[in-house]
Design a protein around this ligand. Structure first.
Ligand SMILES: Nc1ncnc2c1ncn2[C@@H]1O[C@H](COP(=O)(O)OP(=O)(O)O)[C@@H](O)[C@H]1O
Ligand SMILES: [Mg+2]
Length: 283
């Protein structure tokens, strides 16, 4: 989701950390650069359970994403991929289980806004750009909504913010279209703009749900290059059905099935796994 401005004082710990042995959420930890990733793990999910009216969408889901990793998540429809992203972003609360961003941020105790501001950016399947606004204005708006009121008021940041938008325009190859209304962009360009709207917020972890659906081959290829260039500086979790695309970007693949991890490894490893072939890839 896109964060709305929240005064900094509202970002105090929303839970009582006493006795947990973990640090409270402090201002330093909330700034994404201050994220504590001592053990090289940016995202920890352990034994996550989610049920909807008795139907188990996630069952003891356990998964770790390393700092700077580009992880692909595959699996049949209904496997729980989107629900997992809903848990990470605070949209859905797990019935139980552990969800941490870095070492200290307990995602199950944070609001959606706090999670977005702590450095987790999510791109949904359908682009949600503001069609009447220019490409540049879309990026400007996306950048501002993730800043605290205090930060937006600090005039000296304006130059830096503008530079960041310029960088992002180059990265998503929309520099020449910066003044165009977003409504006039192609479907693929709208998707790139939306990725740009995440990047101006400088998230450490990016969640991307079926990013190349509906793209042309050339756009899919550019997306692969883009994601590879974002990895290491950012951590990425990419849900995608397009195996050609997955093969071109993934060093590590997780297969979800019925709300749990069925297999994990290189694409070659999971593609050779009998159970994966059975439930997903087909014979
Ligand atoms: N809000 C909800 N209410 C009821 N059932 C849901 C809800 N969200 C997801 N589900 C169910 O949970 C399962 C997992 O869905 P989802 O996470 O969307 O799977 P995927 O993204 O892997 O296709 C599906 O069977 C889906 O119908
Ligand atoms: Mg889904």
């Amino acid at each position: 989701m896109r964060a709305t401005p929240v005064p900094e004082f509202m970002l105090e710990p929303a839970y009582d950390p006493s006795g947990s042995g973990r640090d409270p959420i402090g201002a330093g930890a909330l700034a994404s650069k201050g994220l504590n990733v001592r053990h090289g793990t940016i995202l920890t999910l352990e034994d996550i359970n989610v049920s909807f009216d008795g139907f188990k969408a996630l069952t003891n889901l356990t998964l770790y994403i390393g700092v700077g990793e580009l992880r692909c998540i595959i699996g049949p429809n209904g496997a729980g991929k989107t629900t997992m992203m809903d848990v990470i972003t605070g949209k859905t609360r797990p019935d139980n289980g552990v969800a941490y961003f870095g070492e200290t941020l307990d995602l199950t105790q944070m609001s959606e806004v706090e999670i977005a501001q702590s450095g987790i950016g999510r791109k949904f399947q359908k682009p949600t750009v503001f069609e009447a606004l220019s490409v540049f204005e879309n990026l400007e708006l996306a950048q501002k909504t993730n800043k605290s009121v205090w930060a937006s008021l600090r005039a000296k940041l304006t130059g830096e913010q503008k530079d960041r938008i310029d960088d992002v325009l180059q990265t998503i190859k929309l520099d020449a279209s910066r003044q165009r209304p977003a409504g006039l962009l192609s479907h693929g360009q709208k998707q790139f703009l939306e990725i740009g709207m995440l990047l101006v917020q400088d998230p450490q972890l990016l969640l991307l749900d079926e990013p190349v659906a509906g793209m042309t081959d050339a756009e899919t290829e550019f997306t692969a290059e883009l994601f590879k260039s974002l990895a290491r500086k950012h951590s990425l979790m990419v849900v995608e059905h397009d195996m050609g695309f997955v093969g071109s970007i993934a060093d590590h693949v997780t297969v979800l099935h019925q709300g749990s991890v069925l297999a994990e490894g290189s694409l070659e490893q999971v593609q050779a796994d009998e159970r994966v072939i059975e439930v997903y890839l087909g014979r």
